[in-house]
Structures are given as C-alpha cells and as structure tokens.
Design a protein around this ligand. Structure first.
Ligand code: AMP
Ligand code: GLY
Length: 403
C-alpha cells in the first residue's frame, strides 16, 4: 500500500519512519516532507491550495493519506479527499473547529458537559492568575497567563476579538491522544509534553521542547475516566451535531484535584509526542489506520512495554526569531548511540544539512525504564552540534519524580 503524509515536521518524519517498517506499506510519499523523510520516500512540494493535496494523492496512487498539521485540516483538506472518494485520516473542516476555534471548543464543552476550566465574559468574574486565549490558530502563541489586571488588559488588547477568558487550573498536564473512526476511539499510551523553552517550565511557550511516553502517566482508572467523561462524550456530541469526528483526537488535559479537565483539543497528533509514541509503537500502525479510515472497528493500539523520550533540539532565537542556515553535525554519531533522530526544521544543501526552522531535530530513544530512555536520548543528543543549539535538560524529570 502507498501512503501519503501531509506535513514537514518531526511528527511526520516519525510517522514515515514507523510506517516504513510495516510489511503492508510499499511506498511512502510526503508533501512537502523534509530531508529526513526524503531518505524513506518521495517528497513532493506542497500545493498552493489544500485541494492540491487530493490531486497529489491521485497522481501518486496513494491508498491512504495521513494529515499531520492542523492548518490544512482547518482549511478543509479532508473534505476535498472525501469528495473524491480518497481514503484519509483526519477530521472534516467542520469537525476541525474543535482546534480551529477556541470559542467553538469552549461552547462545545458546555453543550457536551465536558469538564474544562470555568470561563467568563469579563476579568472581574475570575481571580488571578487568569488565562487569556486567542480564538484562532496561533501556533502556541495564543495563550497568556495574566498575573494581574495590567497583564490581562495587555493580553486582551493583543489577542483580539473572540478571545476566551478562563480560570487557571493546577495539576499535572497530560497529552491524551486517540484515533477515532467517527464513533469509537482507541487511545495511545499517555504522553507528557514540555511546552516552555527552558528547564523547570521557565521561559516562553513553544510548540513543545520534548516529550516522553510512559503508561504510568495515567492509572487505568484515570484512563477510564478520561474516556467516559471526555473522549466518548465528545464523539457522541460531535456526531449528534452533524460533524462526526474522525482521525486523531488529542486532548490536552490538566489532571486537577477534581479530576481531568480539558485545556484544549487538537484535531491531530501532537508534536513532539508523536516522536515518542512512534519510537516505541510495537505493532503495525496500518492495522489501526486502515479500519479508522474505512469507518470500521479498530483494534486497540499496541501498548509498548518500554518507555521513550524525545528531546527537541531548537535553533538559536527560537521561538521568536529562529536562526537558519547553521551546519548540523553528529547525526550519524547520535544514531550510532542508539537513538533515532527525527528531522523537522532542516534543509539539505548538497552534502550539508543545515537548520531551517525553530525546532530542528527530535532525538528519540527508548528503554525499559523511563530513566534509561532519558539517558539514552540525552547521550545521543550530546553528539549533535549546531551553532546556538537550545534544548532542555529536564525532559521526563517530572515523571521520574512521581515514580
Ligand atoms: P493551550 O494552547 O490551550 O494548550 O494552552 C497552552 C498552554 O497553556 C497549555 O499547555 C497549558 O500549559 C497552559 N494553559 C492553557 N490553559 C490553561 C488553564 N486554564 N490553566 C492553566 N494552564 C493553562
Ligand atoms: N505538543 C503540542 C502540540 O502538538 O500541540
């Protein structure tokens, strides 16, 4: 079977890498892809409009397409595929509003009775700190935690119309990701991302500086509660409202003293969570993707016995003004040390691989214990060099403290 992957990041490289090991997969295509994916398959430049992806799928004979990032989903790429009878993993434009509009999501949570932070129409109804969220897609820059009136007013002025004000929740953050066929959802191993740039959750918010996957992040009882109170009611309500949700559904959760509450929904896989998940995925991904795309019953995803960790190596200036064009060295040495290096913001210029974006590489490794996975990922990351390379040194430490 021929698979087309839409996107160009580490998440897409990790999908391509895992799928390239499936006996059912004969060829991998990606649009636009990246230099790491180009070693596994054929990269095709991105089209000007999302409808062009359906043309690419037809031209290259893709049997199944997986959409990585949110932007094409929110722009309706899946609707174009369905209109042409092409198999695709992802939600329709209407269902993608769960991520595309914070306001839609917030009102949806209320209609569906899904636990979330209490929201308000004015600052005076909440006590500080207050969370201010822009309505539309903002690539990790649309959320401000305001400590006082002045910060709240500045955020409101900057984030513009349609914004959401809500209470600040305390607890452990968990990325809960499942795959839906429109009616049912099968969950992957829980993961934790690290959104702030620097150690100990300091510095600005980023797209994610590292993640780890470990089944102990949630107890079976917590997983059951998340399925029963959040994931399944979401699918039921979306279907009832005429927008059945298909594809990967990612709930960004806060595990509060009152139980799990939704911070946000993403309508796709997480990045860098996917790198950690794909590294240790012990089964054949096609066995769940195919039935999901056909609206059929899906087997439960294989659950790894091991742990995995992904360390993001970011360029100088990330997240504000990523510096590009710096020579990347040590990839082979890192892989020889036992890691898989997923590429994101890279560019191949002749023999040279150079930085070409904010999050450059995701160095991913596994181990029987979380400590082993962390040590293996850092040992490999330390063999890589580019000017101004930034990374956190505490990925996974939260998990180590808990167990
Ligand atoms: P979001 O884009 O909604 O996931 O927000 C980005 C990050 O801001 C989250 O990963 C949380 O760390 C933080 N955040 C968002 N909403 C809240 C909230 N209500 N309480 C505490 N932290 C939040
Ligand atoms: N890792 C956060 C995200 O993918 O949105």
């Amino acid at each position: 079977m021929r698979i087309l992957i839409i996107g160009s990041g580490g998440r897409e490289h990790a999908l391509a890498w895992r799928l390239s090991q499936s006996p059912a997969v004969s060829e991998i295509f990606a649009s636009p892809g990246n230099p790491g994916i180009a070693e596994l398959g054929t990269c095709i430049p991105a089209p000007a409009e999302v409808a062009g992806y359906a043309e690419i799928a037809t031209r290259f004979g893709a049997d199944l397409t997986i959409v990585g990032p949110e932007a094409p989903l929110v722009a309706g790429v899946v609707d174009h595929f369905r209109a042409r009878g092409l198999k695709v993993i992802g939600p329709t434009q209407s269902a993608a509003r769960l991520e595309g509009s914070k306001r839609f999501a917030k009102e949806f949570f209320r209609r569906a009775g899904i636990p979330t932070a209490r929201s308000a129409s004015s600052v005076s109804e909440l006590s500080f700190p207050i969370v201010v969220k822009a309505d539309g897609l903002a690539a990790g820059k649309g959320v401000v935690i305001a400590q006082n009136q002045k910060e709240a007013e500045d955020a409101i002025a900057r984030l513009g119309p349609g914004l959401v004000l809500e209470e600040f929740l305390e607890g452990e953050e968990v990325s809960f990701i499942g795959l839906s066929n429109g009616r049912e959802l099968v969950p992957f191993t829980p993961t934790q991302d690290h959104k702030r740039l620097r150690d100990d959750d300091e510095g600005p918010n980023t797209g994610g500086m590292g993640a780890y996957a470990d089944r102990r992040i949630l107890t079976p009882a917590q997983t059951g509660e998340i399925m029963d109170r959040i994931m399944l009611p979401t699918l039921a309500q979306m279907a009832k409202e005429g927008s059945p949700f298909t594809g990967f559904l990612y709930a960004g959760l806060m595990m509060t003293a009152e139980g799990p509450k939704v911070l946000e929904f993403n309508v796709r896989l997480g990045d860098p969570e996917t790198q950690a998940l794909m590294y240790s995925y012990p089964g054949d991904l096609v066995e769940i993707l195919e039935p999901a795309a056909n609206g059929e019953r899906m087997p439960a995803p294989a659950q790894p016995a091991s742990c995995s960790t992904c360390i993001v190596l970011a360029s100088a200036g990330y997240p504000d003004q990523p510096q590009t064009g710096d020579l990347i060295q040590g990839l082979d040495e890192a892989e020889a040390a036992g890691a898989v290096v997923f590429q994101a913001g890279t560019q191949q210029i002749g023999e040279r691989l150079v930085t070409n974006g904010g999050r450059v590489l995701g160095v991913t490794a596994g181990g029987e214990t979380l400590q082993q996975a962390i040590d293996a990922a850092y040992a490999a990351a330390h063999r890589i060099h580019f000017d101004g390379m930034q990374y956190r040194t505490d990925i996974g430490r939260k998990g180590l403290r808990r167990w």
